[in-house]
Design a protein around this ligand. Structure first.
Ligand SMILES: [Fe+2]
Length: 315
């Protein structure tokens, strides 16, 4: 296949669809747009006629294989466009061909726009994607007992300053913690999690922070603020041993030896296996004052830091 794969700093693979695959993607998108007029853009999924788009199908399989079995993370380049509406439909078409988009909030939205609304903080109950806060290392699949197979973060615009993505491989974290068997044992026990923002009814569930795939690959589920909040709501305070285990974990996550940093450029799409990679971003400063609403007709070049996020399950 012609898909261009190159490696750059700290080993995150950078991938570009071949010219033919991208042309096939644009054809699928045109067809999709004619059948999805008048509904929110993430309501209907795009699909490929089995007799068409053979190059695109092959390259989607290659990407799935890289995320499932090889690097578990990559950056897909080449999605830079001028208008926000074009960016949204391109990212949606590609993503809904790669996997099955999951609902991400209580409104049933399958694409979440990640930008600073200028409102309340995470500590005051906001969801991460509505703020410009950095520093909390987490994965997204903390609100649902089932994992997210493909986490998509597509960059429409970057910040004036900052907003780097930090990626941390669960295997590297596990390797560092092998020196502290008691901590590892504690992290393999159940903690409370909450479904913040996912439904009108608040639900708590129990799950371990560290666990393993059937092939023995370390998997992780972690967002400390949500865990602390869930334990408070459950009326089950974190024990001293559990708190200490979280402190050890946070300290490992702070080490440069486990972190990969990337600054996504407009048109770049980060794809990762959410339960194998923790992530966060650094603080950022935007060009303009924050706004709660953005119009689809706006050019991407006028926007503050703007990302689209999707959660996909395997087909
Ligand atoms: Fe996240």
């Amino acid at each position: 296949m012609n898909m261009n794969v190159s490696h750059f700093r700290q080993g995150v693979s950078k991938v570009r669809l071949s010219k033919d695959a991208f042309a096939e993607l644009l054809t699928v998108r045109e067809l999709f747009e004619t059948v999805s007029q008048g509904v929110r853009f993430d309501t209907k999924v795009a699909y490929i006629n089995p007799l068409q788009s053979s190059v695109l199908r092959e390259e989607l399989n290659r990407i799935r294989n890289m995320i499932d079995h090889e690097s578990h993370v990559l950056i897909l380049d080449g999605f830079k466009v001028d208008k926000l509406s074009t960016f949204k439909s391109l990212v949606w078409t590609f993503s809904s061909l790669l996997g099955v988009p999951m609902v991400q909030n209580h409104l049933g939205h399958k694409v979440i726009e990640v930008y600073d609304r200028g409102g309340k903080s995470i500590e005051a109950g906001a969801r991460y994607h509505q703020t410009r806060q950095g520093a909390y290392i987490h994965n997204d699949g903390v609100s649902d007992p089932l994992p997210i197979d493909y986490l998509i973060l597509a960059c429409g615009q970057k910040a004036l300053l900052g907003g780097e993505s930090i990626l941390i491989d669960a295997s590297a974290v596990y390797a560092e913690l092998m020196a502290f068997p008691d901590v590892l044992e504690e992290l393999k026990c159940d903690f409370f999690f909450e479904n913040r923002g996912m439904s009108e009814d608040e639900q708590l569930f129990k799950a371990p922070i560290l666990y393993f795939s059937s092939e023995g690959i370390p998997l992780i589920r972690y967002f400390r603020v949500y865990i602390e909040s869930a334990h408070l709501k459950a009326g089950v305070p974190l024990t001293a041993a559990k708190t200490q285990a979280l402190d050890f974990l946070d300290t490992v996550l702070d080490q440069s030896s486990v972190q990969h940093r990337v600054l996504l450029e407009p048109g770049q799409v980060l794809i990762s296996a959410d339960n194998k990679f923790l992530h966060t971003r650094t603080n950022f400063i935007d060009m303009n004052a924050p706004r709660s609403e953005i119009n689809d007709a706006e050019p991407l070049s006028d926007l503050n830091r703007y990302m689209l996020r999707l959660w996909l399950r395997k087909q």
